[in-house]
Design a protein around this ligand. Structure first.
Ligand code: KG4
Ligand code: ZN
Length: 348
């Protein structure tokens, strides 16, 4: 029954949370969205500097909110991969220092394993095996969750991540950053059938299509061509709501088709969705309807656990600690790491 304090600094959110098994005792997030907004994306150097400035106060808030002192904490964790190396190092260094000073075990956590664990925070009885659709700004993967630390990636994007596609399409429509929530909001006022856009199929050598892999760069280019054609054809303002709705529906349809096929083929009756794009209302509606038809259960975590947060990292760390998995204090940050390599983070 481990109580873990975890730090998440892989991108542009400084998060600290305390979780006792699957119960969140505190979850504090200091977002840098406003800081990166003028640049239209995350600037790695700026992100690292702000994590450094924020981490101590976020840490104090997390301990205060939980009403705990260090004697109640069984372990200290930090996201160590994948992500921006400078940003990750801020959190890892803080966590290792605390572990050393407070004489607690240290655990490095894979960021995507955290997104998988977001579903456990509200579905406390959830147990593997299940299928996780992980859709964020950096990743789009279909993961067979077999056990704590045991994952098999069955499908992934071959180019842009789903969230990246939302951000790039928002940028080309001059809508601002991050694009996902803005497009989501605009799409609710538009007609999703206004424009037909390509779903992004991955060809196989035998002439068929890969059933689980996805591609979003062609879709983004198709939106660009559509915008150029509409601008050339007339001087009317762009029908941005219709473009947003058509784009969003294409992404939702494409992801839904792949996740349902994968769940049915692998006999998995539960689909847990994680990552920032899990907040998307189009995806939520589309997937829930399709899952009903196939008698599948779909779990969408609450929005605060979909986007980056430390509660999901602490939840994963608590499970690893319960199983006796500990990381060496020599553990560093890695910009890339597959989910299949998670157990390399722990001493055998
Ligand atoms: O998981 P996350 O917070 O960070 C990463 O690990 O990448 O995901 C951020 C991504 C961004 O691309 C953002 O545009 C997207 O999630 N996002 C959304 C929505 N809310 C956030 N995409 C579509 N619809 C949303 N409502
Ligand atoms: Zn993330």
């Amino acid at each position: 029954m481990a109580t873990v304090l975890a730090i998440e600094t892989s991108c542009d959110e400084t998060g600290v949370a305390i979780v006792k098994n699957r119960k969140v005792l505190s979850n504090v997030v200091a977002s840098q969205i406003a800081i990166h907004h003028p640049y239209g994306g995350v600037v790695p150097e700026v992100a690292s500097r702000h994590h450094l400035e924020m981490v101590n106060s976020v840490l104090d808030q997390a301990l205060d909110t939980a009403g705990l002192d260090w004697s109640a904490i069984d372990g200290v964790a930090a996201t160590c991969a994948p992500g921006l190396v400078g940003a990750l190092l801020t959190g890892i260094t803080a966590a290792k220092t605390l572990a050393l000073v407070q004489n607690k075990p240290f655990l490095g956590i894979h960021h995507l394993e955290g997104h998988i664990y977001a579903s456990y925070l509200t579905e406390t009885t959830l147990q593997p095996p299940f299928l996780c659709l992980l859709v964020s700004g950096g990743h789009t993967s279909l993961i067979h969750v077999k056990d704590c630390g045991v994952y098999h990636t069955l499908g992934h994007t071959v180019d842009d991540a789903a969230g990246e596609a939302f951000d790039k399409v928002a940028r080309l429509l001059n809508l601002g950053y991050p694009g996902g929530p803005i497009i989501d909001q605009l799409a609710s006022q538009g007609n999703p059938k206004a424009f037909t856009l390509p779903e992004g199929k991955i060809s196989l050598p035998n002439g068929g299509y890969h059933p689980y892999h996805s591609s979003f760069s062609g879709l983004k280019t198709a939106v660009l061509r559509l915008v150029q054609t509409l601008q050339k054809e007339n001087d009317n303002p762009l029908p941005v709501a219709d473009i947003a709705a058509s784009f969003q529906e294409t992404v939702a349809k494409s992801l839904t088709k792949r996740v349902i096929a994968c769940a049915v083929d692998f006999g998995l009756d539960t689909i847990a969705v994680g990552g920032g794009v899990a907040a998307n209302s189009g995806l939520r509606n589309y997937l829930q309807e399709a899952a009903k038809l196939h008698n599948l259960r779909v779990l969408f975590p609450p929005l605060k656990y979909c986007t980056d947060n430390a509660a999901m990292i602490a939840c994963a760390a608590s499970d690893h600690l319960n199983q006796g998995h500990l990381s060496p204090l020599t553990l560093g940050a890695q910009s890339r790491m597959s989910l299949e390599e998670v157990m390399q983070l722990y001493q055998q």
